[in-house]
Design a protein. Structure first.
Length: 294
């Protein structure tokens, strides 16, 4: 059971950079808002189709509508920032910068939810902060794409902190349908402000790939966490960074400097140091959300 959970998660981590790669290709001709809109509209539609074909009900959490709206806005902002970063910097930098989310979540947990600040939390935050600083200025110049990646990670971390106060939870299919369609609706005015895009075969196939693979990653991650403990799965979540580097190199011919590479691994190391506290679960939850949202 545990081994199958690890296999499911590794498969999800292998597929997630594929979604990012498709988004990177589409970013050459479409805005980040349009790509995010198509991504979540397609994923939500797929979830509705699955529900209809299996006779399952899509449940909307009651009593927390405003909170759900806020959390969806945060995750959409995070994903739009990531897509913006993908169009500006190598995939590894974009994905690596996004991994500050667990640290932001932990710091907000201390400030907002009054969680006790432990030595591992503080040390992990410091290491990841240094890694982010190196990533921002590795070649003595500020890269806007890295800034967007870190902003996206900060928004995702805020989303994670907000989920701790959520009053209700729904099943995986309902979560995918409601959050995807609500998110698509939130950014539709911005995505469609310049009119509808020309539906070329490349755009159609790209949208199907974005939504379809995102939905698959969502269910694979849920299946993984049903079969293995979060602390066991946590190290495999950073497989996402390695696969992003591989996809960037083989698909786009990207390479990054030694300083940038050191910054990326410092961010990952900070997260693992934070995980050393057995009471600390926001790291695996953070990267789980990253996979679910992809």
């Amino acid at each position: 059971m545990m081994q199958s959970g690890v296999c499911f998660l590794i498969l999800a981590m292998l597929l997630t950079p594929a979604v990012d790669g498709v988004a990177k290709i589409l970013s050459a001709e479409h805005t980040p808002m349009m790509i995010a809109f198509l991504r979540y509209l397609t994923a939500g539609t797929i979830a509705l189709a699955i529900a209809r074909s299996t006779g399952r009900r899509i449940e909307v959490a009651r009593g927390d509508r405003l909170g759900q709206l806020l959390r969806t806005a945060l995750i959409m902002g995070a994903m739009t920032a990531l897509i913006s970063a993908l169009g500006m910097v190598p995939m590894a930098k974009a994905v690596g910068g996004f991994l500050i989310a667990p640290i932001v979540s932990g710091l907000l947990g201390i400030l907002v939810w009054r969680e006790p600040p432990t030595s591992t939390r503080l040390a992990g935050s410091a290491i990841s902060f240094l890694g982010a600083a190196v990533l921002l200025r590795p070649e003595a110049g500020l890269e806007l794409g890295c800034v967007f990646a870190l902003i996206g990670g900060a928004l995702l971390g805020t989303y994670l902190a907000a989920t701790r106060g959520a009053k209700s939870q729904t099943d995986a299919l309902s979560t995918l349908a409601v959050q995807s369609l609500l998110g698509a609706g939130l950014i539709a005015p911005f995505a469609l402000s310049t009119g509808l895009p020309v539906l070329t075969p490349a755009l159609f196939l790209g949208a199907i790939a974005l939504g379809g693979v995102s939905a698959i990653c969502h269910f694979l991650t849920v299946a993984a966490y049903q079969r293995a403990d979060a602390t066991i799965l946590a190290p495999f979540l950073y497989f996402n960074l390695l696969t992003a580097m591989a996809v960037g190199f083989f698909w786009f011919g990207e390479s990054i400097g030694a300083a940038s590479l050191a910054g990326l691994f410092a961010i990952a190391a900070g997260g693992l140091v934070t995980l050393a506290d057995p009471r600390r679960l926001s790291l695996p939850v953070a990267l789980r959300i990253r996979a679910l949202a992809a």
